[in-house]
Design a protein around this ligand. Sequence first.
Ligand SMILES: [Fe+2]
Length: 204
Amino acid sequence: MSTATAKAVRQLHFELPPLPYAQDALEPAISAETLALHHDKHHKKYVDTMNELLSKTEVRGSTLEDVVRSSQGKLFNNAAQAWNHGFYWQSLSPKGGAPSGALRQRIERDFGTYQSFCDKFAAAANGQFGSGWAWLIDKDGKLEVVATPNAETPMARGQRCLLTLDVWEHAYYVDYRNQREKYVQAVIEKRLNWEFAAKNLDAK
Ligand SMILES: [Fe+2]
C-alpha cells in the first residue's frame, strides 16, 4: 500500500451555521442591521478564514471543538471565534425571560439571588477591557461568571459553558455606539436564552 493511500488525510471544513431566528427577531435590544453585519460578515469571516487555514493544516479530531482545543495562533483565534459566535446566537432568544426550575435553584445557590447573577454578569461584560466575552459556566459543579479576552473561550479549557455574551464592539456599536453597558443591560433583561442554558447544564 502506498503511503498516500495508507494516510488518507481528512480535510476538515465547517459551514457557517444559520441564525436560529430571523434577523429582526432580537429587536429592539439588537437590531437587524447589527445581526446582518455580525452574522453574515463577522462570523462568516471567522469561518472562512478557519476553513482556509484548515485546508493547509492537519488537525486531530473532527469537530469544531476538537479544532479549538488542539490549535494555536491564527487557527485558534478563528476557530474559537467560529465556535463562540455559534454559541452566542443560541445564548440569545427573542423570548428572553428568567431561569426556572433546577437552573434557577443552582443560580440562587451559587450567586445568592438571580439579581446578583445579573449584576455579576453585567460587571464581567462591562469590565472586560477591549474585545472579549462574558460567560456563565459550570466549573466543577459550581456556577461561575467569567470574562475572556479576544477569542479565548472556557470551552477550550474543558469547562461547561451555559451562556455567553459577545462584548466585541461589532456586537453593539451600530445600536449603542460606545455605550456597551446599555447593550449588556438590554440583553440581560430581555434576550438571554435560559432554555439553552438549562439544556447545557443537563448535557453530559
Ligand atoms: Fe462577535
